[in-house]
Design a protein around this ligand. Structure first.
Ligand code: HAM
Length: 419
């Protein structure tokens, strides 16, 4: 019988890579927590309409990439392809717009699903860490979110980073611009797919990868030339705040991003070294999303998501050393197999005292136990010998320096408790 295999594009994360993964996830969440963003958890699946309406019918994500299925009650459900629509759905369902204390500053991390062609940095199941600030249009919050993503990536050591930013204006600014853009696009014989999509949203012509489209779009009129004075003033403040923080910005009037909900400030963090899948993260304002989902009035928001897989890829390509985290702090070694119960008791006691501790099993030789101790990354081995056990003592060996000393068993536990 063949062994079952995992799904292509749905990676397994095993040690030590899983450790690096966690380091990235934790660093980003911690950066968000320092700014008061609280963790939320929303379901991995949602009614399909959350994404069809939220992300938009004209997008690649909704047209081609969603894992959508009928459940046994004939409801159309979709594995979340992104986080923002679900987070907004949850906020509206909980009546957050009316409960005061806005903005709500939320962070999330988890699995997302898109049926794309798997390649380096593009998976079918991937992980994002994201933040969303809901219920404010203040440009300070735009600057805060953009800066937090930048700083999280800096903290991780990703210095070869380009921050592209654009102003997509408000929905109300779009009608006149769409006319301009459509008049321009009418001059070309466009691929059928682009024709179809631009009927739904002419901006989508900017993300088409069809041959010849990049050349056509390079000359196309850009939205940032057609936004209102209010949107321009808002963007100018965001830029000023970010420049005062020393964040290097690359203004990119062609940056529209692939999801329909974006308005005003829109941005992407790109790793200079990643080639095709260079966006390690991106985000923007989505002041019309709540209304798209059926909320009766405007409820603005802004946020981003960073992809863990691509961030790790960028860190590796840059040769950034990730911190070697130890599996446990202390490794208990028994000099003979008949001391296994004492070793077990001491290990359990250390764990209860708050230290991470492990021990070897299967009656390994002393040499094999020390090898296991080294492999665990533990700084200290606590060695139990017959004579020491009788005397109520243990030997503590510093595995980094090789120094060792004999101490009372209880004192050893207390020592690691403090450490
Ligand atoms: P997004 O640009 O579609 O935005 O995805 C954000 C990041 O998720 C990407 O930059 C990339 O690192 C990662 N990512 C996306 N698709 C894949 C994939 N197939 N494989 C590996 N990584 C991937 C959003 O999802 C928005 N919800 C971000 C946002 C939050 N906007 C406002 N708030």
């Amino acid at each position: 019988m063949d062994l079952p295999r995992g799904i292509k594009g749905a990676p397994d994360w095993l040690p030590p890579d899983a450790r690096a993964f966690e380091h990235v996830e934790r660093t980003v969440l911690d950066t968000a927590a320092r700014a008061g963003y609280e963790r939320v958890r929303t379901p991995i699946f949602e009614p399909t309409e959350v994404f069809a309406r939220g992300v938009g019918e004209s997008t690649d994500v909704v047209q081609k990439e969603m894992y959508t299925f009928l459940d046994k009650g004939d409801r159309s459900l979709t594995l979340r392809p992104e986080g923002t629509a679900g987070v907004m759905r949850a906020a509206l369902e909980a009546n957050v717009p009316k409960t005061g204390g806005l903005p709500a500053k939320w962070a999330y991390a988890g699995e997302f699903f898109r049926q794309e062609r798997p390649q380096a940095g593009r998976q079918r199941q991937f992980n994002q860490v994201g933040i969303e600030a809901l219920g404010t249009e203040d440009p300070v919050v735009d600057a805060e979110t953009v800066l937090l993503g930048w700083e999280a990536l800096q903290r991780l050591g990703l210095h070869e980073l380009v921050l592209r930013i654009n102003n997509l204006g408000d929905r109300e600014d779009r009608a006149a611009y769409h006319e301009h853009l459509n008049a321009y696009l009418d001059r070309f014989d466009l691929p059928a797919e682009v024709e179809e999509r631009r009927r739904l949203n002419p901006l989508r012509a900017f993300d088409s990868k069809a041959p010849g489209m990049a050349e056509i779009m390079a000359e196309a009129p850009v939205l940032s030339d057609h936004v209102s004075e209010a949107a321009k003033a808002h963007y100018a403040q965001v830029v000023e705040l970010l420049e005062a923080e020393g964040v290097p910005l690359t203004h990119d009037p062609q940056l529209v991003r692939g999801l329909d909900y974006y308005t005003r400030t829109t941005f992407e963090y790109q790793a200079a070294n990643l080639g095709a899948q260079s966006a390690v993260g991106g985000g923007g304002r989505y002041d019309g999303l709540a209304e798209d989902l059926g909320w009766p009035e405007r409820f603005p928001g802004i946020g981003w998501a960073l992809g863990i897989d691509r961030t790790l890829l960028a860190l590796r390509t840059d040769g950034v050393e990730l911190p070697e985290t130890q599996r446990v702090a202390v490794f208990v070694v028994a000099a003979s197999t008949d001391l296994a119960p004492q070793a077990f008791a001491l290990t359990s006691e250390l764990r209860r005292a708050g230290t991470s501790a492990d021990l070897a099993c299967d009656g390994r030789s002393l040499k094999a136990q020390f090898k296991a101790a080294d492999r665990s990354g533990a700084r200290y081995a606590v060695v139990l010998g017959q004579r020491e056990v009788e005397a109520g003592e243990v030997t503590v060996r510093d595995l980094f320096t090789g120094e060792q000393r004999t101490v009372a068993r209880d004192a050893a536990v207390a020592e690691f408790l403090e450490g």
